[in-house]
Design a protein around this ligand. Sequence first.
Ligand code: ZN
Length: 308
Amino acid sequence: MLENPSFAFSFKAYSEKKKSYFILPKLGNINENGIYLTGELISFYDILRMTYFGGYLIITFKNYPLLGKRTASWKIDKNNALVIRSGMIKDIKRAFDIFISQNAEVTRRCGHCDNPINWDHQLETQYHYCNECHSISDKHGLLFSNGELFDICPETGYYDRLGYRRKYEYYFFDKKFHWKTTKYYGGDNLGIEFFHKNILKNLMFLIGVPGTLIEFYKANKGHHPDFTELAEANFASRCGELKEAADLYTKMQMRLPYFPALHYNLAIAYLQSNNEELARRYFQKSLEGCSNYEPTLKVLKYLSEKEG
Ligand SMILES: [Zn+2]
């Protein structure tokens, strides 16, 4: 790794409509203080993160960055970010990561996207969470759950294996015809739900049967060896079968006692059955396993706002 990767680059800044603010590229450079764009400094202190997406480099700021006049006019206020394009965006991000990790006292590394995670003021927990790709790695940087594969299900709120799910509804029910296939992005527990909800109804015309069976098969096959009971546990919890869910989560917790997402799911299960006290206990446990686990921190913030 380079000790001091300072260098100059040419760049263009872009509005959120992907229009450049100027025709000819301008000059910037990066060094241990921060990034200079046309001579105006953006201090590392003011940068929350850097990500690249579709050939653009997105520089997201912490709350109120100190910016020069020109730089400030390029800032996209809605996102509190600046978007630039340059032949060297990957080098810029790499240099940024190096300088940031030099400034941070303790850094951990994401096992999936290799992003450095600032671990100052964090507890010495077994796992850490990456905000960029939503993966959980252990303290040696070994990946536990792949960010693209395992995450909080956007449909049900449980940590699960994610993918595209199809719901087949081809039946007459409740005085009306249902005749459609709907696509969702969600967890295995969603595939199981579609099966239980629709398989009998679909028997009426048979058209929806094969798809429903395939989705059920997909939701149950090839489970990660540590998470074999996960989809079933989530589904039980959603059906209000708390004891069964808790037993299944406990089984997995015996294999991975500190894994934050399992405690998180159990906490969500208790929350859904209005047992906030037990929910809080398991949210706490999830932070004991991973002190920066964002899904837990978000729910706890929500709960405290609700109270306050
Ligand atoms: Zn990551």
